[in-house]
Design a protein around this ligand. Structure first.
Ligand code: SF4
Length: 358
């Protein structure tokens, strides 16, 4: 895996060489996954990609997506998120300006007292110091402390290999300075539970053992883990409708057992139905009729298994405008389901599914 920590550059020339090597690493990953998308080199580096709000069972969530250098892993075949990032390095000063811009947004200021949770993404790994400098991350935490008096959870999206104990300690100390007690949650993309599909087909490069070890480390600090899963993220030949449902059932069972096994562990699931994203092999498969996006009712069938298993589930319903035409998981006729799923996200009330088929 190409994720080793950076040897400190001792000259500007060495730093330039290092940055060129990181760009080459990103391009290698793109080609290895047969992805054809480009990167966004025109975005204003002083502005984040976007921010939005989510209503969840944990209260109002502010979701912030920073504009940084793209994910260094890049190899996940169905993922086109890095197409909204830059190929070049984005300076820590620019990222600090993005933070400043978030905390001048009228909607953020107006709802600041209501925000209970903040999720930080950069379409990759926020804890990868190559793409998201630690100083910029600490600056963001300080601004959250200052502006969000009721923030109870700070969630950072990252691949597990970038989660190191020193950084966790520094973040924990910074969070202690806020006006309310804030816990840290690390959000990791697992995507598929089946080992072979996850690593050999999807290209995730993640072993369950790594996840187990991360849960143990987080539990020792009193921190939480959120696992992102994608619902049916590979072509029909690799995963049928029924197998997609079973895959999430297995994931729920495994994570529920893990919380029983590791004292102090707190785990939740964020389940994203997959869409055929532009510039990925899934777009090609969709156009060749070899990939059928998941049906929302199957998502319900998958989620129902979570009842009484101690693992809260949030269903993502945003295709981030990256789906090809007709390639989304929301179809005409799904209108009645959407408010039910939104309400479930807010309440975790399984009786909402009582009258649905399944
Ligand atoms: S799923 Fe995550 S790790 Fe994989 S390419 Fe996308 S951003 Fe990178």
């Amino acid at each position: 895996m190409e994720h080793s920590r950076r040897r400190r550059a001792t000259s500007l020339e060495e730093r330039a060489q290092h940055r060129a090597a990181v760009e080459a690493q990103i391009i290698r990953g793109l080609h290895a996954a047969n992805k054809t998308h480009g990167f966004d080199e025109t975005h204003d580096p002083k502005k984040p990609i976007t921010h939005f709000f989510q209503e969840t069972h944990e209260g109002l969530v502010l979701f912030v997506i920073f504009f940084t250098q793209a994910c260094r892993w890049m190899r996940c075949v169905g993922c086109t998120l890095p197409s909204t990032s830059a190929l070049r390095h984005i300076d820590f000063g620019d990222i600090m300006d993005q933070t400043h811009s978030i905390f001048t947004e009228p909607d953020v200021l107006a709802r600041a007292d209501e925000i209970q949770k903040v999720i930080v993404s950069n379409q990759g790994s926020v804890l990868d110091e190559e793409t998201f400098p630690t100083s910029a991350l600490i600056h963001f935490v300080a601004k959250c402390n200052k502006h969000l008096p009721n923030m109870r959870v700070l969630t950072l999206e990252s691949r597990p290999e970038y989660v190191d104990d020193i950084e966790l300690d520094i973040l924990a100390r910074a969070l202690e300075e806020g006006k309310t007690l804030t816990t840290l949650e690390i959000a990791v993309g697992v995507e598929v539970f089946d080992n072979d599909i996850r690593n050999l087909v999807f290209g995730k490069g993640l072993r369950l053992k790594t996840l187990d070890e991360l849960v143990e480390r987080l539990a020792k600090h009193g921190f939480r883990l959120k696992c992102y899963f994608m619902f049916k993220p590979v072509a029909d030949a690799h995963m049928s409708r029924e197998q997609a449902i079973q895959d999430i059932h297995e994931a729920i069972r495994y994570l529920s057992d893990l919380t029983d096994r590791i004292p102090g562990s707190i785990i939740s699931i964020h389940l994203n139905p997959t869409y055929a994203a532009r510039g990925t092999p899934l777009e090609t498969a969709f156009l060749e009729r070899k990939y059928t996006p998941p049906h929302l009712i199957d998502v319900v069938r998958a989620v129902r298994f979570g009842e009484d298993r101690g693992v809260p589930i949030f269903i993502g319903m945003n295709d981030e405008d990256l789906a090809v035409e007709g390639g989304s998981f929301i179809r005409p006729g799904d209108e009645a389901l959407l408010p039910i799923l939104n309400k479930f996200n807010k309440t975790q009330d399984y009786t909402l599914f009582k009258h649905l088929p399944g």
